[in-house]
Design a protein around this ligand. Structure first.
Ligand code: NAD
Length: 503
């Protein structure tokens, strides 16, 4: 039995929870009925934040404000260079406040502080990338329609966008959406997860300071049914950009279909890392541990299925186990921590339930396996389950915890079959020294991203999104701003019209 984790209480524990108001039309406001949501740090057990809790009245006010800002405000009409300047200023301000934002995300989500700093640094880069795209957004012209015609295709901002985000990467995910919507000239209503809203409220302040006009971005804290659902069904909203579970994504898409809104969906994953005997096995083992346990496995891109060639399975797994046992689990605010707290007690129980079910179904716990005792917060031991077969829930469903399921194969066909045998299609990894093997897997896997001899890297330049039930559409990449536009075709005619319809 391991000694209980010793979690130190940070200074915030002896202070009142930090209060956040809703941002509507450039003003910080309380909820009309005075309700609030309190967030308890999952790593420490004290109340860290208190947000005003929005409801139907606030959704109405926020959408109206975004609509006014779109219809008659300066933002959609500005030069792209002016919008880019605001985004660049915002990026600078995020960078200045990086430590504060990282700490809020670590305290509210339980993620390690060092990792949170990396995420906020990555977000700064994305805001700068979006600023560059604002200035390159353009349409098309057709001078090949005859001497008297000119066709021009404009890209216009789509309008008010409802943006809904999950709890696992609070600041990073809003940064994969909002700067691109803003670059296009859209206005937005944003709902972060009810568990991790603080850093999004800080972003709201940063945007006002950077010069964003009132009403262009409105931020509401609240629950999915009370706030997310009316943000999706509201008739003045033209597009919904959603990141979250496949279950809620499907509900959201169904609701958006009533008014035929454009949707962008970034959903769950059940990603496989395939390891061949000729790979750099030391690097692959490290990536297996990283893929399985990064962000405590609470990651859409988690490499939650380790698909290993039979010939190396025993030796390779011994290496993986040795590394897994070295992973430092504990206080999210400790710089050395690699795996922090689980987001909630309910979620932790759900994850543990998958491990129990796998044991009942014939799998065996090879490493880790349970809840870690601690003086505060909720923590799970990084766990490796062997003897997993394709039909088990742990191999098919998104576990979303620090649990690595091991499956084995003998042929490349079988490896591909296993990798693809899931309703999801977000990402995959392949480890081999053979270009043929790597290319066969990269071409054969049905997923939006494939990492070859690396894992879970991300760059704003590269599109990201899912095949199958992992989503719809792509974020990032050079077309990320286009996603928030409509195309308008204008046909110009010059000179005397001929060819009358009525003689
Ligand atoms: P979730 O689906 O429970 O919630 C996501 C957001 O939707 C939250 O803000 C929630 O309040 C809101 N919501 C809930 N019900 C709603 C409704 N009826 N209408 C509108 N909004 C509603 O997801 P979660 O638990 O916060 O996040 C984890 C999930 O997100 C995992 O499945 C993970 O794979 C996925 N995710 C995907 C990506 C990606 O890029 N593909 C990235 C991160 C997380």
């Amino acid at each position: 039995m391991n000694a209980p984790l010793k979690i130190s209480m940070p200074a915030e524990a002896s202070q009142a929870p930090k209060a956040y108001k809703l941002l509507i039309d450039g003003k910080h406001v309380d909820a009309s009925d005075g309700r609030t949501i309190e967030r308890v740090s999952p790593g420490h057990g004290f109340a860290v934040s208190r947000y005003a809790q929005a409801g139907a009245t606030e959704v109405q006010a926020a959408v109206q404000a975004a609509h006014r800002a779109f219809e008659s405000g300066p933002w959609p009409r500005m030069k792209a260079s002016e919008r880019a300047a605001v985004l660049l200023k915002a990026a600078d301000l995020i960078e200045t406040r990086l430590e504060e934002i990282a700490r809020l995300d670590a305290l509210e989500s339980g993620k390690p502080i060092a990792q949170a700093r990396g995420e906020i640094g990555g977000a700064v880069d994305i805001w700068r990338y979006a600023a560059s795209l604002a200035r390159t957004l353009h349409g098309e012209s057709y001078a090949n329609l005859g001497d008297d015609m000119l066709g021009v295709v404009l890209r216009e901002p789509i309008g008010v966008v409802s943006i809904i985000t999950p709890w696992n990467f609070p600041f990073l995910i809003i940064s994969q959406k909002l700067p691109f919507a803003l670059a296009a000239g859209c206005t937005a209503v944003v709902k972060p997860s009810e568990m991790t809203s603080a850093s999004t409220f800080v972003l709201g302040d940063i945007l006002l300071e950077a010069g964003l006009p009132a009403g262009v971005v409105n931020i509401l804290a609240g629950h999915g049914a009370d706030v997310g659902a009316p943000m999706v069904s509201h008739p003045l909203v033209e597009m919904v950009s959603f990141t979250g579970s496949t279950r809620v994504g499907k509900m959201t898409m169904a609701a958006a279909s009533n008014s035929l809104k454009k949707v962008s969906m970034e959903l769950g994953g059940k990603n496989g890392q395939i390891v061949f005997p000729d790979a750099d096995l030391e690097a692959a083992a490290d990536a297996a541990v990283f893929g399985g346990f990064f962000n405590a496995g609470e990651c859409c891109n988690a490499g939650s299925r380790l698909i290993v060639h039979e010939a190396i399975a025993d030796d390779f797994l011994r290496t993986v186990k040795a590394l897994a046992e070295k992973v430092k689990v504990g206080d999210p605010l400790d710089d050395r921590t690699k795996v922090g707290a689980m987001i909630s007690a309910d979620h932790m129980a759900k994850v543990a339930g998958y491990v129990t079910a796998a044991k009942t179904d014939g799998g065996s716990v090879f490493s880790g396996g349970g809840q870690l005792a601690s003086n505060a917060g909720q923590y799970l031991d990084p766990t490796i389950v062997r003897g997993v077969t394709e039909d088990m829930a742990i191999a098919r469903e998104e576990v979303f915890g620090p649990v690595l399921s091991v499956l084995t194969f003998e042929t490349i066909e079988k490896a591909l079959h296993i990798a693809n045998n899931t309703p999801y299609g977000l990402s995959a990894g392949v480890w081999s020294a053979s270009i043929d093997t790597c290319m066969s897997v990269a071409r054969g896997v049905r997923s939006g991203t494939v990492w070859v001899n690396t894992f879970m890297e991300g760059y704003p330049e590269l599109p990201f999104g899912g095949y199958k039930q992992s989503g719809l559409g792509r974020e990032l990449g050079k077309r990320a701003v286009e996603d928030y536009t409509e195309e308008k075709t204008i046909q110009f005619h010059r000179g005397q019209r001929t060819g009358w319809w009525v003689g």
